[in-house]
Design a protein around this ligand. Structure first.
Ligand code: SF4
Length: 63
């Protein structure tokens, strides 16, 4: 099963990923960085690839 990861060093907390899919991404209100809050399903993969491409600092990866 594939997993999403977010490089906490790179993330600037812009909120783009959460706006696109709040079921998977959430900005942590203490760190102001994105974290993963859901499981990646097959239906989500194409959308997540677009979010990965548009993250301004390329902090998101599928492993
Ligand atoms: S889009 Fe990228 S930089 Fe913006 S909050 Fe999500 S992971 Fe962080």
């Amino acid at each position: 099963m594939k997993k999403i990861s977010i490089d906490q060093e790179k993330c600037i907390g812009c909120g783009f990923c959460e706006n696109c899919n709040p079921n998977l991404f959430k900005i942590n209100q203490d760190s102001f960085k994105a974290e993963i809050v859901g499981d990646l399903s097959l239906e989500d993969i194409e959308e997540v690839k677009k979010i990965i491409d548009n993250c301004p600092v390329k902090a998101i990866k599928i492993e």
